[in-house]
Design a protein around this ligand. Sequence first.
Ligand code: XMP
Length: 314
Amino acid sequence: MFDVKKFINETIRNLKNEIKGKAIIAVSGGVDSTVSAVLTHMAIGDNLLPVFIDTGLMRKNESDKVKSLFDSLNIKIKILNREEDFLKHLEGITDPEQKRKIVGERFIRNFEEEARNFNAEYLVQGTIAPDWIESGGGIRERIKTHHNVGGLPEKMDLKIVEPLRDLYKDEVREIAKYLGIKNWERQPFPGPGLSIRVIGEVNKNKLDLLREATEIVENEVENAVNNNLIQRPWQYFAIMLPVKTTGVHGDKRAYGYTVAVRIIDSIDGMSGTYSRIPHEILERISINITNRIPEINRVVYDITNKPPATIEWE
Ligand code: XMP
């Protein structure tokens, strides 16, 4: 059994010993980075600077949500808008591993700059066990480079601190619940953000379309959960495909984008099954996407388990 209280006390003690000076943490609003920030803040107080980087690869209104989450925790955070920087570096890149490396690198370079301004020597990260296991840190072959692990540049000035390194998501959620952190139920969102959900080259237009589609999937699934029609799935999101197909809008031919919907049930993200979601909910998602986003005229549902597929498409 995982002993939450003991873990928290030991972690705070270890963090106090490990961090001799100032530290910076990248917060995303996700449960891993939030719990890491709260524990580190409990250990070193205002010697920790939490930074939220708006990469342009986030979902709708993500920075406002993160700001109000940290306001509710009485922890000050700094928000940086770096959309232009990230999108510029991703221009022309189609290879998923390369995208992950680039996003990881831009994160670090931007943080290093903030860390210098703040005189921080440490970078706290919300890495959890599946991140480094699947990045090839254990005995298993590398599946994909999670940006907060293998995607880090080799030459880096900051010392890495990973308080949740040995935990699985359900344990992190227990800690969050125990500490009264509101976002413990939030679905995981990958570090490289929407860059790995726009298949092929990433650009602002596709990201904007995907943001709309993502919001529709999230709202429909959350409504269904709130109305007790389904259990909350592990993750539920949209993927923008580099495929255009023929459709009909009114009585006119249309030639638009295809979006895939991925809804998956899992305990820890290491394996999972596609969610047997009622067709009525899938249909509402499909109708809302195609009605509200005229550039998209086809919606497909991903019925692959993990393995053989991974949860994210890239
Ligand atoms: P995959 O796609 O490998 O995803 O089956 C397993 C879980 O990890 C999330 N994921 C990431 N999380 N940084 C993260 O913090 C990453 O680079 C990353 N890539 C995938 C994914 O959303 C799923 O929950």
